[in-house]
Design a protein around this ligand. Structure first.
Ligand code: SF4
Length: 335
C-alpha cells in the first residue's frame, strides 16, 4: 500500500544524518598555563635544568615533553636540592610564602610562574583577613592553589570548604542549641579559580544564612577566573546552541577543571566523558550520536585535542570547519 504521497509506510527512512564534531569556542590551555609553560621552558632553555615543585601540568604527554627539555618536577625543595637542581619553580597554581623561604635556605634560585589571576586571590585573601574577616576558600582543600591562598592569608582563621559540612560551624548565629558551633560575626568567601559559579553561589547562599543573623557581615568575592568561566560558558553553548549528543572533555586524570567540564555537561543532561587520550574513545559511546561536542581542560595542549578530533574523523565524523580554534596571542584576561 502506498500513502497519498507515494511513499511506503513503515519503510526505514534513508539515513541522511550528518555526523559532525563541534569544538567549543574556548577550550584547552588557558592564558595562565600557557604563560607559565612559556616562562619555565625559556628558563630551562637559557639556564639549564629546573624543577617545578608539584605538578606543573596534569597532562602526562606534556610532562614527558617538558622532561626532555630539562623541566623535571620534584615534590619538595629538599628533593630538588638532593637531585642536584640549582633552580626550582612555583607552578601556575601558586604556593604559600614558605616556598621562597625554603628555596632561599637551600640556596636555590626560584622562578615564580604563579598565574597573576591566582596572585590576585592571594592578595585579596590577605586583605580580607586584615579587615577582620574569617576567610573561607571555596575549593578542594588538597589542591595546591587552595593551600597556597590559605598560606598567604597567614592566619588560623581560614578554612577550605566545598560543602557546608566541611566548615567548623553547624548552626546559624544566634542559635540556642547547646551543641551549636556558630560562625564568627565577619565571614568572607573567595573561590578557587577553576570552580563552577553556580555551585559557588549555592554554597555562599547557605553560608550567608548562617552568618547574617544578629548583625553578622558576609562577603562573597567571585574569584573564579575569566578563562574558566569562558570555558564553562562555551560548553553550555555546545549543549544549548549546537545540540550535541555527547561531550568529550579532554584532560589529564588529575585535572580538576576537566572533571568540572564533564560535570557541567552531565548536569545539563548530555552524556559527558572525561578522557585523557584518544584511544579511550569506545565505539559503543558513539552509537546513535550525530553530534559530538569536544572541550578540554586548561592544561590540555592543542595536539592532544587534535588527536581526539582525528580519531572521531576516523569514526566517520566531519572535522570542525576551521580546525580546533584560533589562538589569540594577545589575549589577556581582565583582572
Ligand atoms: S585556570 Fe585561570 S587562574 Fe588558573 S592558571 Fe588558568 S587563567 Fe590562571
Amino acid at each position: 500500500m502506498s500513502t497519498a504521497t507515494g511513499s511506503t509506510p513503515n519503510a526505514a527512512p534513508a539515513d541522511t544524518r550528518t555526523k559532525r564534531i563541534v569544538v567549543a569556542t574556548e577550550l584547552g590551555y588557558c592564558w595562565g598555563v600557557r604563560r607559565a609553560l612559556d616562562i619555565i621552558e625559556q628558563a630551562a632553555q637559557s639556564d639549564g635544568p629546573i624543577a617545578p615543585i608539584g605538578d606543573i601540568i596534569h597532562t602526562p604527554q606534556v610532562v614527558e615533553r617538558l622532561r626532555a627539555r630539562g623541566v623535571q618536577g620534584a615534590t619538595s625543595v629538599d628533593e630538588a636540592a638532593g637531585r642536584g637542581f640549582q633552580r626550582v619553580a612555583i607552578t601556575a597554581h601558586g604556593m604559600g610564602p614558605h616556598l621562597s623561604e625554603q628555596a632561599a635556605t637551600a640556596g636555590l634560585e626560584l622562578v615564580d610562574t604563579t598565574c597573576p589571576l591566582v596572585t590576585k586571590v592571594q592578595r585579596l585573601a590577605q586583605k580580607l583577613v586584615r579587615q577582620g574577616y574569617f576567610l573561607v576558600v571555596y575549593g578542594d582543600s588538597y589542591h595546591p592553589e587552595v593551600r597556597g591562598i590559605i598560606g598567604w592569608a597567614g592566619t588560623s582563621k581560614a578554612v577550605a570548604a566545598k560543602k557546608i559540612v566541611d566548615l567548623p560551624w553547624n548552626a546559624p548565629r544566634g542559635s540556642t542549641d547547646p551543641d551549636a558551633a556558630m560562625p564568627p560575626r565577619k565571614v568572607a568567601v573567595v573561590s578557587q579559580t577553576t570552580k563552577n559559579v553556580k555551585e559557588l553561589m549555592a554554597f555562599a547562599q547557605e553560608l550567608q544564612a548562617m552568618v547574617m543573623p544578629l548583625g553578622g557581615e558576609f562577603r562573597l568575592c567571585n574569584t573564579i577566573c575569566e578563562p574558566t568561566s569562558e570555558r564553562q560558558n562555551a560548553l553550555r553553548r555546545l549543549v544549548e546552541q549546537d545540540k550535541v549528543d555527547l561531550i568529550l572533555a579532554i584532560g589529564g586524570r588529575k585535572s580538576s577543571n576537566t572533571a568540572r567540564l564533564a560535570e557541567v555537561g552531565n548536569q545539563m543532561g548530555v552524556v559527558s566523558r572525561h578522557i585523557e587520550r584518544p584511544d579511550e574513545i569506545e565505539a559503543g559511546w558513539l552509537e546513535g550520536v550525530d553530534t559530538v561536542g569536544v572541550t578540554a581542560g586548561a592544561s590540555t595542549p592543542d595536539d592532544v585535542i587534535q588527536l581526539v578530533v582525528d580519531t572521531l574523523v576516523g569514526f566517520g565524523y566531519t572535522a570542525p570547519e576551521g580546525g580546533i580554534r584560533p589562538v589569540d596571542p594577545d589575549y589577556v584576561p581582565a583582572y
